[in-house]
Design a protein around this ligand. Structure first.
Ligand code: NDP
Ligand code: HSE
Length: 440
């Protein structure tokens, strides 16, 4: 075996929230990090979009460049750390870098989950390392846990709060009575949200993360389009308060992957969970994930899921792995992704209509005689049994919210019943459905 390296050169793409966090972390903990790697780490170049932008972190003259090629074509650079986000040009840059023999660390869950097959295949063909701990749950080492710590288990389920922005928004709405818009602005100011925050709100960021987690955990390629996704955009303070006061529950955006028999369910949606649930106390920008394996039982992972410091910690942990491998001259020799074996025990992915759950249904109706009985009749015709009903008195003539909680029912039946109920003349808005079943 030839000699490893004593100085490892790094090129970084992106110097925003996370990029600057990584730079600061390396500066502050350099002695510790280099002792762990057994070599010196040198950030040689950083590619950004706008060279004129004011930044919190000052770097040596000439380190910033607006030309990605300055990094990828530099034969001295061993590792590329991609912290720019998005699909393109990130995909092209990553593929190009790997073809030129660069090892990769990335926090980009969007590009990984969408272009997984191409990216992993390119890493293997070119014998380079690719690490992505920061792509899921910020500072929590959940990828390492699934890939390494739980490797001998058949994973049965994953229940997680994997998006810090939406969890932060829900908490600010609940505890400080902030409007949705104000809470989102606060999350953006804290550097939690994606560059396009609709990805957080509409559940797609959580779906990107679930695609990665489920693919690794179940040794089965789960694509983003396989996942049923709903965001938090229809959740109001009224629902949060009803849930807490009337049913002792809290609203969380859940990412769920669960095996039943030879089928796998993968979905992201708001879920009402009991206040005593382990994940109910996961608030603000914290994330929490429960992973259950057939031998290990249920394990829990908790920590800051977004923000520059925890995310920098995850990126740097990957960098330590990669740089240690480069220093020992074994980089690219061992794959850190198992799942390409395509688990034969999972025959199909279950569709959302096939799941069973309890449901919180909020009908917005005119306060008229016969409304409740008409709704109850349609639910009954679809084999949906009512567990409780709440109607708060309002001013005469106004629309009123009527909340019905059901016993467990088949989702397809619930969706068909709601289609009919939404067409009734006294229904003023599309009925809100929140699932109540899981993680109990
Ligand atoms: P920012 O928007 O703060 O930073 C993005 C950086 O990428 C900026 O420095 C920008 O340059 C640069 N950039 C954008 N386009 C290009 C381009 N074409 N060429 C070169 N540079 C480019 O994002 P974050 O730091 O918040 O996120 C980075 C990545 O980390 C994303 O994939 C995100 O999903 C992921 N992530 C973020 C977390 C967080 O808490 N923020 C947590 C976990 C993962 P310029 O500064 O000049 O505009
Ligand atoms: N926007 C993401 C979140 C960043 O809020 O969770 C961390 O991946």
């Amino acid at each position: 075996m030839s000699e490893g390296k004593s100085v490892i050169q790094i090129g970084m793409i992106g110097f925003g929230n996370v990029g600057q966090g990584v730079y600061r972390l390396l500066e502050k903990n350099r002695a510790l990090i280099e002792a762990k790697v057994g070599a010196q780490l040198r950030i040689k170049k950083i590619a950004v979009k706008d060279l004129t932008k004011q930044r919190d972190v000052t770097v040596p003259e000439g380190m910033l460049t607006a030309n990605y090629d300055d990094l990828v074509s530099d034969p001295d650079i061993d590792v590329i750390v991609e912290l720019m986000g998005g699909l393109e040009p990130a995909r092209t840059y990553l593929l190009d870098a790997m073809k030129k023999g660069k090892h990769i660390v990335t926090a980009n869950k969007a590009v990984l989950s969408v272009h997984w097959d191409e990216i992993i295949a390119t890493a293997r063909q070119n014998k380079v390392d690719i690490y992505f701990e920061a792509a899921v749950c910020g500072g929590i080492p959940v990828i390492q846990a699934i890939n390494d710590g739980l490797a001998p288990n058949n994973i049965m389920s994953i229940y997680g709060i994997v998006n810090g922005t939406t969890n932060f928004i829900l908490q600010k709405m609940t505890e400080e009575k902030k409007s949705f818009k104000e809470a989102l602005q606060m999350a953006q100011k804290k550097g939690l949200a994606e560059a396009d925050p609709t990805l957080d709100i509409n559940g797609m960021d959580a779906a990107h993360k679930l695609a990665i987690l489920a693919s690794l955990a179940f040794s089965k390629r789960v694509k983003v389009e396989d996942i049923y996704v709903e965001g938090i955009d229809r959740i109001t303070l009224q629902d949060i308060e009803f849930a807490r006061e009337e049913f002792g529950r809290v609203v969380k955006l859940f990412a769920i992957a669960e095996v039943e028999g030879d089928e796998l369910e993968v979905r992201v949606h708001p879920t009402l969970i009991p206040q005593e649930h382990l994940l109910a106390k996961v608030d603000g920008e914290y994330n929490g994930v429960l992973v259950t394996g057939d031998f290990v039982g249920t394990t829990m992972y908790y920590g800051l899921g977004a923000g520059n410091k925890p995310t920098a910690s995850a990126v740097m942990s990957d960098l330590i792995y990669v740089c240690r491998s480069v220093s020992d001259n074994v980089a690219g020799e061992i794959s850190n992704c198992w799942f390409l074996s395509d688990n034969p025990q999972i025959k199909r992915l279950r569709k959302i209509g096939e799941i069973k759950s309890r449901y919180y249904l909020k009908f917005s109706v005119l306060d008229q005689v016969g409304v409740l009985s008409a709704i109850a009749r349609i639910l009954g015709e679809h084999q949906i049994s009512i567990a409780s009903v709440i109607q708060k008195e309002q001013k005469k003539g106004d629309k009123v919210p009527v909340v019905i909680v059901t016993y467990e029912a088949l989702e397809k039946n619930v969706q068909e019943a709601l289609k009919k109920i939404n067409g009734l003349p006294f229904v003023q808005e599309e009925t809100l459905l929140i699932r109540m079943d899981r993680g109990e």
